[in-house]
Design a protein around this ligand. Structure first.
Ligand code: V3L
Length: 85
């Protein structure tokens, strides 16, 4: 089921899930065949590049983080910076 797939971005030794609002937006853009999309995340504009599978902040120096689409239940650090206890 597609419902079981969500999006993750790279952290230090592990993956963070995108927040519950952003992940479906990334999925929608991905499914529509866009090569990239721009999203507001925590007040900053980010570019999600599906060809190279990374995200980075637009127009600002920032980290280039790998992203992945994976099952909802895979090992992760938490959601959008909120750690799983
Ligand atoms: N969703 C939420 N916050 C984000 C996202 C995103 N998609 N992308 C970047 N940030 P940068 P560890 C991350 C945050 O890439 O210990 C984690 O969520 C990012 O937060 O240069 O290294 C953790 O909160 C960072 O604080 O634009 O695994 C934190 O790093 C800030 O935007 C530490 O995680 C700048 O990232």
């Amino acid at each position: 089921e597609d419902q079981d797939f969500v999006w993750y971005y790279e952290g230090r030794n592990g993956w963070w899930a995108y927040d519950e609002k952003t992940s479906p937006e990334v999925e929608k853009a991905f499914k529509s065949g866009q090569r990239s999309c721009s999203l507001l995340i925590a007040g900053f504009l980010y570019v999600i590049d599906f060809e190279n599978m990374f995200q980075t902040r637009k127009n600002e120096p920032g980290r280039r983080r790998r992203i992945k689409r994976d099952k909802r239940d895979v090992d992760r650090k938490g959601v959008a910076g909120i750690r799983i206890p």
